[in-house]
Write a protein that binds this ligand. Structure first.
Ligand code: FES
Length: 153
């Protein structure tokens, strides 16, 4: 992917080119591209005079960052114990079937990234599915289609 270096430079300038603003700069890039393109990381490392390995280390440490392209929407299916016993795996199967991706993958049209999580801390409303920041409580297999439909528009 070709990245707009002027745009990346504008993010660096916005944070006064400070090394300790690395996370904020990476957040701006992630918001722009939905992931952190390798070329962008190289550019940031060069301008901030930080070893590329350190920049990649930060980018891989935080869950909010991704080094691979992500979909416009992220569907997270909880597979923690409480959600598991209430049908979480069947809900995940339905997401996989409809989106034709496995957890960690993104649909070909870059609309959805599918993920799983071990517990979201709201077990009483399980099985839980989160799309972006929207929590869907007491989800059933039949609701997967309508949930996806809301975000396809
Ligand atoms: S197990 Fe799903 S929210 Fe806790």
């Amino acid at each position: 992917m070709v990245v707009d270096k002027e745009k990346i430079q504008s993010y660096i300038d916005k944070h006064d080119g400070k090394k300790d603003s690395l996370i904020a700069i990476l957040q701006d890039i992630q918001n722009e591209h939905n992931y952190l393109p390798q070329e962008a990381l190289r550019y940031v490392a060069k301008v901030l005079k930080i070893p590329l390995s350190d920049v990649v280390g930060v980018a891989t440490f935080y869950r909010a960052f991704s080094l691979t392209p992500r979909g416009k929407h992220t569907c997270t299916v909880c597979l923690g114990t409480a959600c598991h016993v209430r049908g979480g795996p069947k809900i995940l199967d339905e997401f996989e079937r409809r989106l034709k991706v496995r957890p960690g993958e993104t649909t070909k049209d870059n609309t959805f990234t599918l993920e799983t999580v071990a517990c979201l801390g709201c077990c009483a409303i399980g099985p839980v599915v989160v799309v972006d920041k929207d929590y869907h409580a007491h989800t059933s297999v039949r609701q997967v289609g309508p949930i996806l439909g809301k975000y396809k528009k």
